[in-house]
Ligand binder design. Sequence first.
Ligand code: SF4
Length: 331
Amino acid sequence: MNTTKVGIPRALFYYQYYPIWKTFFEELGVEIVLSDHTTKSIMDDGSKTCIDEACLPIKIFHGHVMSIKDKVDYLFIPRFTSVSKKEYVCPKFGGLPDMVRHTLKDLPPVIDTEVNLRKSGKNALKAAYEVGGFFTKDRNKIKRAYKKALESYREFREKVKKGVLPCDILDKKLRKVKKYDVPNLNIAVIGHGYNLYDRYANMNLLDKLIDMGATIITVDMVDGETIKKHVKVLPKRLFWNFGRKAVGSSLHFLERDDIDGIIYLMAFGCGIDAFISDLIERKIRRNKDIPFIVLNLDEHSGEAGMDTRLEAFIDMIRWRYGNEGNVSAYG
Ligand code: SF4
């Protein structure tokens, strides 16, 4: 008997929630067809097809859908409205299934269940029943699959909080501890998971930093309670889930004595990044003389330009420690 195949694009919330989706579908006996890692052709296809106004990650998502749509019985493109109480994710997530349907032709049926946890986390189970209902009428089976999926997610989160990069966990990549002839630097990197962990989209930014002798600390490694404590200093509650995480983590990084530099990685065309990066930059400049840089990604970004900026940033930090503490922290 042929098993039903569900296509999952390796993009956007894949980097955050794939452990849940994988366990859930597998427990229901559904075969997952995951698109490959982002490549030039996936990015080019997405950029050519998607509307110009979309941000880079949304364009990449379209490229991933194109690469698997003819190989599956269903496409899994949930409509994410909110993943946390009283907060929203970006509206592009909410409109994603419609955008894909209107942009791409000859799609298999799309599982576009809404995930909206703004009022209550219990809505996650409701969404699970709806998704599971595509494959079985047995609600107990769906509930069991959902519980197992949550366990997988908890394990994933524990590893990330201990400092393992989500992309390494998802790719089952074991990093050997290398010895460098320069002192280690702790570099905090702020950005959406799909920008930080998609190696092609960010031109291997994290690996390059690690090769320069840096230990990476990302927003995802910061505990939820720590974030909550730090965002309390803001006069107004932040509306966006990512914005709250990014600002709370940045304030936490500023408080720590072991962070040597902060990088904000943003995607061209992202309104939330434009606003949040500015807020964070102002907080940093007002509170601490710590090196900070904003790096922008778009489909035309040249790798040489990215390398030069990264090398200059790391060199500047080392120079400041070495002999010229008066070198500007912001270039
Ligand atoms: S948050 Fe920004 S980068 Fe992410 S989908 Fe929305 S506009 Fe794009």
